[in-house]
Design a protein around this ligand. Structure first.
Ligand code: FES
Length: 113
């Protein structure tokens, strides 16, 4: 297994801008700083390919600018539609953010709600 973490800028920068986009393995990954944590979701909306990074964060969800589907930042879950936006693992090391394009399969699945 190869190391496929991609550097996605500094934490300080993300804290200031609240969001950014990085490309990893040909995928656009949107990063969000929210409640002291970094979240990484596919930037391309599963509905009609609008960019989540241009959306608004509301109640812990990123609201797509296209048609207002609202994805939970932690899990990618869209409650009304019962669909999932792919999300990705992130790690923070030495003040830098790293992300991989290997989709998360842990939290990005229905939680027992
Ligand atoms: S493109 Fe995202 S909700 Fe339609």
């Amino acid at each position: 297994v190869t190391e496929d973490w991609v550097e996605a800028g500094t934490v300080a920068d993300l804290q200031r801008r609240k969001r950014s986009v990085v490309e990893a393995d040909g995928r656009q990954i949107a990063l969000f700083w929210h409640d002291g944590e970094v979240h990484a979701l596919d930037n391309v909306c599963i509905h009609k390919q609008r960019e989540l990074v241009k959306g608004v964060v509301l109640n812990g969800r990123i609201v797509c600018p296209g048609h207002q589907w609202a994805y939970d930042l932690k899990t990618g879950y869209e409650q009304t539609m019962d669909r999932y936006q792919p999300c990705f693992p992130v790690k923070v090391e030495d003040g830098k953010v790293y992300v991989t394009a290997r989709e998360r399969t842990d939290a990005c699945r229905p939680s027992s709600t």
